[in-house]
Design a binder for this molecule. Structure first.
Ligand SMILES: [Zn+2]
Length: 356
């Protein structure tokens, strides 16, 4: 560990949330990653991926929480020119490319095979101090406050899904899923196309669409008429692809917003092979979308392109992390926030999590 990191973290080292045997734990550990740039998180999102992993049972241990806003508490000299000041507010990136492989060298960092995913396969950010790689964050401009900034990784993913959809003004467009990703993708797509509709399952979220002037329906009421030019599936479920194939027209396009990486216990088998083959015969184009570019997410937030205030529905101090995870699994909530700067939880067991 670089000397300045040791200095910044003192004897506390990194404190983060882990899932261990289905139990949420606060752990101090020495496993520092990244280039030694140290983050002091202030806000951390409990995402649907975190909830899915907690619900996936007792066999899947690992770090949690990939989206955070905080301040840089220390950085190696080589990182300083990009930061401007060591007290900058930053938002974390979902994927951290290695920065040195041939893919990264060719400007293809988004598909770097050595990418790390903090909060998924590397220590997450619900911590009293966490190290970041040089590509692990983006600086937030003063016009983007902390709450909105926390959504930058989600906005980045939604923006990539919409970009991959290549929507024209005349297209009939359906966004599937009314989680954070679907609600953001619908808002971004609606900027380019007034015909965007959202199909979801949570009636309370329809009022958000009404506020934004976006049509909405329950996915069961939509009918499978195969009349949509473009479908953007933000459900994160195998069933989402089948729903998408039911509403896209022959020759249309389906965009699948994938998860950042494969996580143990998350995901489902069971794509109906026959339906998929029929879609291939109908020349439906199926394309994938990844995490997007964090800088693009920050840019859209600075431009006030999306309404974020309505999406952060509950907040808890770190000392109530177990309650926060329970609330995040409640369909009344869109996104739950942990305030790391509140009373810190002591190392140890926070609480058993609900399993499905
Ligand atoms: Zn790389």
């Amino acid at each position: 560990m670089p000397a300045h990191v040791r200095e910044q973290l003192g004897s506390a080292l990194t404190r983060s949330l882990l899932l261990r045997g289905g139990v949420l734990c606060v752990t101090d550990h020495r496993g520092m990653a990244g280039d030694g740039t140290v983050l002091r998180p202030r806000l951390v999102a409990v995402s649907s991926l975190d909830v899915a992993r907690v619900r996936s049972g007792k066999d899947h241990d690992g770090p949690l929480c990939h989206a955070a806003v905080g301040k840089i508490a220390g950085a190696p000299a080589r990182a300083l020119p990009g930061l401007g000041a060591t007290t900058q507010r930053v938002v974390t990136s979902v994927a951290v490319p290695c920065g040195v492989c041939t893919w990264c060298g060719r400007g293809l960092a988004s598909v770097c095979p050595s990418r790390r995913f903090p909060g998924m396969n590397a220590p997450g950010y619900a911590a009293s101090g966490a190290a970041l790689g040089a590509h692990g964050f983006a600086v937030l401009p003063s016009s983007v406050h902390d709450d909105a900034g926390l959504l930058a990784p989600f906005v980045a993913g939604a923006a990539e899904a919409v970009q991959r959809a290549a929507i024209s003004e005349r297209d009939y467009v359906t966004v599937l899923g009314d989680g954070v990703m679907g609600l953001l993708a619908a808002q971004i797509a609606a900027r380019a196309n007034p015909r965007v509709r959202l199909l979801g399952k949570h009636a309370p979220r329809y009022s958000l669409c009404e506020r934004w002037g976006i049509k909405h329906r329950h996915v069961r009421e939509a009918g499978k008429r195969q009349d949509q030019d473009v479908v953007i599936d933000c459900t994160g479920r195998a069933g989402g692809l089948l729903d998408a194939l039911g509403v896209v027209r022959p020759g249309g396009r389906v965009v699948i917003k994938g998860p950042p990486c494969q996580l143990p216990g998350v995901g489902e088998a069971g794509i109906e092979h026959g339906r998929l083959m029929a879609a291939m015969a109908e020349r439906v184009e199926v394309v994938g979308a990844g995490c997007g570019t964090l800088a693009e997410g920050v840019k859209l937030l600075a431009a006030k392109a999306v309404d974020t205030a309505a999406l952060l529905t509950r907040r808890f101090p770190m000392s109530q992390a177990a309650q926060a995870f329970a609330a995040a699994g409640d369909r009344e909530n869109v996104l739950v926030v942990l305030e790391v700067s509140g009373p810190a939880a002591a190392p140890g067991t926070v609480g058993a999590c609900e399993s499905a």
